[in-house]
Design a protein around this ligand. Structure first.
Ligand SMILES: *Cc1c(COP(=O)(O)O)cnc(C)c1O
Length: 404
């Protein structure tokens, strides 16, 4: 008789096939068992037609990839262990020694650190272009330009660029363009059909950490493409680098995706109400929210996000920045952030808690952007708390730390 310890591993019971439930199962595997040697030898994973090894996909990760590709409006998806890892994967897959990558000056900060700290060592150079000038982007392109990063709106200062103009330029120059779609979350605009006539980005990279996770408890990134050859390049680089995500994290995102649009819309609504309230406070000399008339890039936001909302008010993420009047020293602005009760001090966004971070803009940009008023930039992120409580919180912190 076979020993019980062996039977516990090689048990004859097989659960019946065809189990269906709203939530996809959590499949965890390094080893995947093949039925015979012929199957092992003919293994195929690149088209999701079978399984070979946990690193190359499980039913859980295949399911998440397919849903995220659909969310972005693309066809193919690979998953990375963070949003930043997704950005790095795009760079490593598409750039070789001697190439140059162009980044907007308001790009997500760690994307600059990646170019300055890592790509340089691989012989890949970079330049920062003015996010509000398509001409500046055009002027920086050369035969060495192999990748252009786009971000709409940019991080912290929230300028919405002329995305359509930037993308048309990249297509005209035959340069691959990759868009960081974290802010749009696949909802505010369609990265693969920006103008309603099929104008598509080449690569959409998304910090799934933010809205798709929605819980502030998962780190993940996705890279979505339409072109099979481009996907193949990224997929092979992903495979060779040994990049993978955990099954529990994939399951957490699969669980959050059905409520993505509800959360996004709610946080948009809250953030816009707070942004309008902030615009009426004399301590703030500027409110940086692309959906607010007068904000940098508002017309461009209107152009690509203006229709993407059932209420006809356009769609936007629940995130904005304020510029605190320069007459308040930065220590006083820090005290304002410390005085907030519901807005917690912390990075990232898209979770249930409202967040705040003060920024030293001068250290982040090549020069002070002329469309940003002078002062201290503070970024506010709407969570899922009641709008009135958040507004009252801002009011009490203003009264305490930044009296008129
Ligand atoms: C947060 C963020 C990232 C990186 O995501 P992580 O998962 O935190 O690494 C990339 N791009 C943008 C615009 C982000 O806001």
């Amino acid at each position: 008789m076979t020993d019980k310890t062996t039977v516990l591993i090689h048990h004859p019971y097989q659960p019946p096939e065809g189990f269906a439930a709203p939530q996809a199962g959590v499949f965890k595997a390094s080893t995947v068992i093949f039925p015979n040697v012929a199957a092992l030898r003919s293994r195929q994973w690149t088209d999701k037609s079978s399984y070979t090894y946990g690193l190359h996909g499980t039913p859980t990760t295949y399911a998440l990839e397919e849903r995220l590709a659909t969310l972005e409006g693309g066809l193919h998806c690979v998953l990375a262990p963070s949003g930043l890892a997704a950005l790095a994967l795009v760079d490593l897959a598409l750039l070789k020694s001697g190439d140059e990558v162009l980044l907007p000056d308001n790009v997500y900060g760690p994307n600059k650190a990646l170019a300055e700290g890592e790509l340089v060592g691989w012989g890949v150079t970079h330049q920062y272009y003015d996010p509000v000038s398509v001409d500046d982007l055009a002027a920086r392109m050369s035969s060495r330009t192999k990748l252009v990063w786009l971000e709409a709106p940019g991080s912290v200062t929230m300028e919405f660029p002329d995305l359509i103009g930037q993308m048309r330029l990249c297509h005209r120059q035959n340069v691959t363009c990759a868009l960081d779609t974290t802010w749009a979350a696949g909802l505010a605009f369609d990265a693969f059909d920006l103008d309603g006539k099929g104008l598509a980005v080449d690569v959409a990279a998304h910090a799934i950490t933010k809205y798709p996770s929605g819980g502030g408890d998962v780190l993940m990134g996705s890279v979505v493409t339409r072109d099979p050859a481009l996907h193949r390049k990224i997929q092979l680089c992903h495979m060779r680098l040994g990049i993978n995500i955990g099954a529990n994290d994939a399951e957490a995102v699969l669980r959050s995706l059905p409520s993505l649009a509800l959360r996004y819309g709610h946080q948009d609504h809250t953030a816009r109400a707070l942004a309008r309230w902030c615009a009426a406070q004399p301590q703030f000399v500027q409110v940086l929210h692309p959906a607010l008339p007068g904000a940098p890039g508002h017309a461009h936001w209107q152009q690509v996000c203006g229709a993407a909302d059932a209420r006809g008010q356009g769609a936007a993420a629940g995130i904005f920045s304020v510029v605190v009047d320069a007459r308040y020293p930065s220590a006083q602005v820090d005290a304002f952030c410390d005085a907030l009760q519901f807005f917690k001090l912390g990075y990232s966004w898209g979770g249930p808690e409202s967040l705040v971070v003060p920024y030293d803009l001068a250290s982040m940009r090549r020069g002070w952007p002329e469309h940003i008023r002078h002062g201290t930039v503070v970024r506010l992120v709407a969570g899922l708390e009641a709008e009135a409580d958040l507004q009252a919180d801002l009011a009490q912190a203003l009264a305490r730390a930044l009296p008129r």
